[in-house]
Design a protein around this ligand. Structure first.
Ligand code: KG4
Ligand code: ZN
Length: 352
């Protein structure tokens, strides 16, 4: 059964809205906040204020580009966890307001389940099982997607996320936020000649740890202050290579262990061309296919939230989502913090 869904995503620093009709994206609007650049990282207060300022026009834009009116919707959906508390609240409350005004069900969605299923936005007939790497500024985790709604969490980061590592190291190099694109640009003219650590790469599990890398770079800089542009480019290339080696190494090991035909790379770090290239080469050696959704679906976006909502509505019907008393939960999704064992199985459709 097909549903017309307006989805809202506001968990971090992107104000996003999308209209999904029968699992297809008909509009996808993303307003990335620029106000954090000068602070070298996301300032939560600024983020929630910017969401408030923009959410109405972003939603209106999504509806208009879909050539629809709110009266034609079957449901609204919103991200409720994890993320910045104030930011999540803006999107969730806006969605609830629309639900009351237009008497619609409101589907709460887990942000990471959005990234997890974003492969379907690139490839509607995604071959499962798939190993999914989600690497962004807030999260780094590996999942085994067994069916469109069932997944196992194989491992997550113990400390910094991969994107966060790019961002923090970039500030040490005097580069602007967000650091990932800045490091990638600089790395193009450098050689990965400096041997920075590959944390946990040889560890048999699927956990990540990137905070040590930042410390290693800081120590290196004490002994070898940045000389010329060439040195800075080599530093960028070396850090990028260290992070990518870990991401690719662990993902490929999981793909081999679970013998999957497909690897999906999602989250902002998937925008990195070197990561995609290395992943594709390594996957080809084990006969797996790499799927990377296009940029508008790897960055934080509402299309992926609408897709998860569609799945939930198909399985449960709208009445289950008439209650509007759900709350937002900012807690980061990390295995050790949740006390969940590695390999725990989750059901995306039932988790919220
Ligand atoms: O998914 P995203 O837009 O937002 C969340 O963090 O949820 O990801 C943003 C992160 C930032 O840490 C940024 O530095 C990183 O993705 N990123 C990149 C690249 N583009 C964005 N990292 C490496 N290379 C890139 N080209
Ligand atoms: Zn995200």
């Amino acid at each position: 059964m097909g549903f017309r869904i307006l989805a809202i995503e506001s968990s971090c620093d992107e104000t996003a809205a999308a209209v999904i009709v029968d699992r297809h994206v008909v509009s996808n609007i993303i307003a990335s906040q620029q106000e954090h650049r000068r602070w070298g990282g996301i300032v939560p207060e600024l983020a929630s204020r910017a969401h408030i300022e923009r959410i109405w026009s972003v939603v209106a834009d999504a509806i208009e580009r879909a050539h629809m009116r709110c009266e034609q919707l079957d449901a609204v959906a919103c991200t409720v966890q994890p993320g910045l508390a104030g930011s999540l609240l803006v999107g969730a409350n806006f969605a609830k307001g629309l639900a009351v005004r237009y008497r619609l069900p409101c589907v709460p969605v887990h942000h990471l389940e959005g990234h997890l299923l974003s492969g379907f936005l690139a490839e509607p007939h995604l071959q499962l099982p798939a190993v999914v790497l989600i690497a962004s500024g807030g999260h780094t985790l590996l999942c085994l997607l067994e069916s469109p709604s069932t997944y196992r969490l194989l491992g997550s980061t113990r400390d910094d996320a991969a994107g966060e590592a790019f961002d923090k190291v970039a500030t040490l190099f005097g580069l602007e936020y967000p650091g990932g694109p800045a490091i990638e640009r600089l790395a193009k003219s450098g050689t990965p000649s400096i041997a920075f650590p590959r944390p946990l790469l040889d560890d048999p599990g699927y956990e990540f740890s990137f905070s040590g890398l930042k410390t290693a770079v800081r120590r290196y800089l004490v002994e070898h202050p940045i000389g010329d542009e060439r040195h800075r480019a080599d530093l960028a290339a070396s850090v990028q290579e260290a992070i990518i080696d870990v991401l690719v190494g662990k993902t490929i090991r999981a793909a081999r262990q679970y013998d999957v035909p497909t690897i999906v790379v999602a989250g902002g770090v998937a925008a990195n061309a070197r990561l995609r290239e290395q992943m594709q080469q390594a996957a080809a050696r084990i006969g797996a296919t790499v799927v990377v959704p296009e940029r508008q679906y790897v960055l934080d976006n509402a299309a992926m939230i609408g897709l998860v909502a569609h799945l939930k509505l198909e399985l449960h019907g709208p009445d289950r989502y008439r209650r509007l008393d759900f709350v937002v939960d900012p807690t980061p999704w990390r295995i050790h913090r949740h006390g969940a064992p590695s390999n725990a199985r989750y059901d995306a459709v039932f988790s919220l």
